[in-house]
Write a protein that binds this ligand. Structure first.
Ligand SMILES: Nc1nc2c(ncn2[C@@H]2O[C@H](COP(=O)(O)OP(=O)(O)OP(=O)(O)O)[C@@H](O)[C@H]2O)c(=O)[nH]1
Length: 639
C-alpha cells in the first residue's frame, strides 16, 4: 500500500482542519477520562451528529431496546466511532460546495453517503465486525478525491474533464497529473483519523480488490470485497437510468458471491436506498428516488434485447412438466436474441446439448430417466460442457440440496414456482457471465499467442547471443563458455582435453586481392567445411577475425593422439578449392594445439599455450601444426 507524499498530506490536512464544537468534541474524545455525559453534552450542540448517533445506536447489534438517551448511545457506539463520525460529518459540512470546476460536491457526498450505508448494511448481512466503523469509513472512503481537488484545483479540473472522455481510471489520471492518487491520500487521511489499519488497507484496494493479494476467504479479503460491492451499489444508485440497466446484472453476479439470492439482495438494496433518503435528509445531502430493485430488474430486460445483436444465444430448457416448460418458454419468448430449445429429460438434453452447444441451460431438478443433477455432472465431465451456464430450477429450498447442486457444477438456481422478474434477472446475469467469459477466453487466446511469440523471440535472442552471425557457428562467447565447462568436467573426471587455435593463412591478402565481401565468403566456406568434419563431442567456434577454436574434450593425452586430430583439419581445408564466382581460391590454415597438463591452473593457460603453438606454426612458414607440450613446441613435420 502506498502512502501519500508528506507535503501533499500536510497541505490537505491543513485544509481539513476542524473548528468550534467539532474541535472540542475531538479533544474530548482524545481525553481518556472524559465522561460519556460530557461527550453527550457536546454532541447535543450538533443536531446532525445527535440524530445520527441515536439512529446508529438503535441499528447497532448491541442494542436490546429502543435507545433514546444520548449518553447511552455514546457508550453503545463507542468513542472511536464517535470521533470518526464527527470528522466525517464535519467534512460534509465544510465541503458542501467548492470552486473546483467540474467537481460536483453534492454528488460526491451523495455517493459517499450511499457507499457508507451500503457498507454498514452489507457488514450486518455478512456479519463483518466493526459495523459501526464501516459507516464512517464508507463516508470517507473517497475523501482523497476531495482533498486532491481542493489542493490542486486547476489540475483536478483538467483531469476531471479528461476523465469524461476517457476510459482511463481516475487513479491513473491522478498519478499522471499529480504523482499521487485519491486512494493513497484517502489511506493516509483515514489512518490519521484513527481508523483501524485493516479497514484502511481494504479501502486502499477497494477499486481493484484483486490487486490486494489478500488470501481468498480471509477477513481482509471479505472486507475489501464488501467495500468494492458497496462502491458498485453507490455507483449504481447515482447512475443514469440507461447505465443502471447495464450495472444491474453486474450487481446480481456480485450478490451471488456474497451468498444472497435475488430476492434477499433486492430487499437489501431497497433498504439501503431507504436509509439513504432518510440520512440524506439529516445530513442535507441530495439523494435520488429509485424504483424498487425488482422493478429495476424487469426494466433492465430490454437492454438485453438491444445488445444481443450478434449470433442469437442458445438456451436449452430441460423440463418434464409441460406447464413448467410453458412458463419458462414464456419468460424467454419476449427476450429477443435468444433461440430456445427444449428437452424433457436429462438424457435427451445431453445429446441435444452436444448437438447445438447452448450458451445457457435451464434445467429442472427432478425428472425421469436422468435428473438435472446427473445432467449437470455429465456435462461438467466433458470439455465442451464446461463453459455452459447452468441454472437449476428447483422446488427444494433446503441448504443441503442447494450445496449439492453447486457441488455438481450448477452456476445458479431459481426456486419454483418461478418468479418471472427474478428469473429474467438470473438469465440476464447468465448472459453477462457468458459475455465476460467469452472476453476472458479471447484474452487468454491472445495471451497464449503472445507467450508463444515471446518464447520464439527469446529462443532467437538466446541463439543470436551465442552464434556468429557471419558463419552461423558458435561465437567467442559460446566457445569460452563451452571451454570452461569442458575444463571443469575434465578436472572432475581426470581426463585430458585438447584445444586447437586455427588461423587462416594470409587472409589479409585475400581481402586485399578480392575485397572484403569475398573475404567474408571465404570465412564462411572455411567455417562450414571444418564444421562438417567436426566429430561428436568436439566444439568448433569462431573466436574472432579469421581465427577459430576447436575443443576436443576426450581421448587426447599426448602428441601421438593430438597431431592426427589437427592434421586431419589442416589437410581437409588445404584440399578444398573454394570457388567464388569465377574465382578459385586456395586456402591453407595454421594450427596451434595444446593439451591440458597438471601444471595448468586454468583454461586460459590452455588457450595461451595453444596461441604460442599457433605463433610458432605461423613463424615457421604457415600451413602447419604445432603442439605446445610441457613447455616445448613441437611441429607435426618432425614428429
Ligand atoms: N572479410 C573479412 N575480413 C576480416 C574479418 N575479420 C577480420 N578480417 C581481416 O582479416 C585480416 C587478418 O589479417 P592478419 O591478422 O594480418 O593476418 P593474415 O593476413 O591472415 O596473416 P597471417 O595470419 O599472419 O597468416 C585483416 O585484414 C582483417 O581486416 C571479417 O569478418 N571479414
Amino acid at each position: 500500500m502506498r502512502i501519500a507524499d508528506s507535503d501533499e498530506l500536510k497541505f490537505s490536512s491543513s485544509l481539513l482542519s476542524f473548528k468550534g464544537t467539532t474541535q472540542a468534541l475531538l479533544e474530548a474524545c482524545h481525553q481518556e477520562d472524559a465522561p460519556n455525559s460530557e461527550i453527550a453534552r457536546l454532541i447535543q450542540t450538533d443536531s446532525v451528529l445527535c440524530s445520527y448517533l441515536i439512529r446508529l445506536a438503535n441499528v447497532s447489534n448491541q442494542a436490546t431496546h429502543v435507545v433514546t438517551s444520548l449518553s447511552e448511545a455514546v457508550s453503545l457506539v463507542g468513542i472511536p466511532v464517535i470521533k470518526q463520525l464527527t470528522i466525517g460529518f464535519s467534512l460534509v459540512d465544510q465541503f458542501r460546495s467548492g470552486s473546483v470546476n467540474g467537481f460536483d460536491y453534492q454528488e460526491f457526498w451523495s455517493h459517499s453517503l450511499l457507499m457508507a450505508l451500503a457498507m454498514q448494511e452489507l457488514g450486518k448481512t455478512a456479519r463483518i465486525c466493526a459495523q459501526d466503523e464501516l459507516f464512517a469509513c464508507g463516508l470517507m472512503a473517497r475523501i482523497g478525491c476531495l482533498a486532491l481537488a481542493t489542493t490542486h484545483p486547476d489540475k483536478y479540473a483538467t483531469l476531471i474533464k479528461q476523465k469524461q472522455n476517457s476510459s482511463i481510471s481516475l487513479a491513473t489520471l491522478e498519478q499522471q497529473y499529480l504523482q499521487t492518487d485519491h486512494n493513497e491520500l484517502t489511506a493516509t487521511l483515514l489512518s490519521d483519523f484513527g481508523l483501524p489499519k485493516i479497514l484502511v488497507e481494504a479501502v486502499y484496494y477497494h477499486e481493484i480488490p484483486a490487486e490486494s493479494g489478500f488470501s481468498e476467504g480471509s477477513y481482509p479479503f471479505q472486507l475489501v470485497n464488501l467495500i468494492y460491492l458497496a462502491k458498485q451499489i453507490a455507483d449504481f444508485g447515482l447512475a443514469s437510468e440507461s447505465e443502471r440497466t447495464v450495472r444491474i446484472s453486474e450487481l446480481m453476479l456480485l450478490s451471488g458471491k456474497i451468498g444472497l439470492d435475488t430476492e434477499s439482495f433486492g430487499n437489501l438494496i431497497d433498504q439501503i436506498i431507504q436509509e439513504w433518503h432518510a440520512c440524506g435528509k439529516i445530513l442535507q445531502v441530495k439523494t435520488i428516488k429509485l424504483p424498487s430493485f425488482h422493478n429495476m430488474i424487469s426494466a433492465s430486460v430490454p437492454y438485453l434485447e438491444m445488445t444481443t445483436s450478434d449470433a442469437p444465444w442458445k438456451v436449452l430448457l430441460v423440463e418434464d412438466d409441460p406447464f413448467g416448460l410453458e412458463t419458462a418458454e414464456e419468460v424467454l419468448a419476449d427476450m429477443l436474441g435468444y433461440t430456445v430449445f427444449s428437452a424433457t429429460n436429462g438424457k435427451q438434453a445431453l445429446s441435444l446439448a452436444m448437438d447445438i452447444m447452448p450458451h445457457i441451460i435451464v434445467t429442472d431438478w427432478a425428472m425421469p430417466v436422468m435428473d438435472g443433477l446427473a445432467l449437470t455432472r455429465a456435462l461438467r465431465t466433458t470439455a465442451w460442457g464446461q463453459n455452459m451456464y447452468i441454472i437449476m430450477l428447483t422446488g427444494y429450498e433446503d441448504d443441503k440440496k442447494i450445496v449439492e447442486a453447486f457441488e455438481a457444477g450448477v452456476n445458479d438456481y431459481v426456486t419454483k414456482p418461478v418468479n418471472v422478474p427474478a428469473f429474467r434477472a438470473r438469465l440476464h446475469a447468465a448472459w453477462h457471465y457468458r459475455k465476460l467469459q467469452e472476453a476472458w477466453e479471447r484474452d487468454q487466446l491472445h495471451l497464449k499467442r503472445f507467450a508463444a511469440e515471446l518464447a520464439v523471440t527469446n529462443q532467437k535472442l538466446k541463439h543470436d547471443a551465442l552464434t556468429d552471425m557471419l558463419t552461423g557457428i558458435p561465437n567467442r562467447r559460446a566457445g569460452m563458455k563451452a571451454l570452461t565447462g569442458a575444463w571443469n568436467s575434465a578436472n572432475r573426471s581426470g581426463q585430458s582435453i585438447a584445444v586447437m587455435l586455427i588461423d587462416i593463412d594470409h587472409f589479409k591478402k585475400i581481402n586485399d586481392t578480392y575485397g572484403h565481401a569475398i573475404g567474408d565468403k571465404v570465412l564462411k566456406e572455411v567455417a562450414t567445411s571444418i564444421r562438417n568434419i567436426t566429430r561428436k563431442g568436439e566444439i568448433f567456434c569462431r573466436i574472432g577475425g579469421e581465427e577459430f577454436l576447436m575443443i576436443c574434450p576426450n581421448g587426447c593425452t599426448d602428441a601421438k593422439s593430438a597431431f592426427p586430430l589437427a592434421e586431419r583439419l589442416r589437410q581437409h581445408v588445404k584440399m578444398q578449392e573454394i570457388n567464388i564466382d569465377e574465382t578459385r581460391i586456395q586456402i591453407s590454415i595454421s594450427i596451434g594445439i595444446a593439451l591440458k597438463d597438471a601444471a595448468m591452473k586454468s583454461d586460459e593457460q590452455l588457450v595461451k599455450a595453444a596461441d604460442r603453438a599457433l605463433y610458432a606454426a605461423k613463424n615457421s612458414g604457415r600451413d602447419r601444426v604445432y603442439l605446445a607440450i610441457e613447455n616445448q613446441l613441437i611441429s607435426s613435420n618432425f614428429y
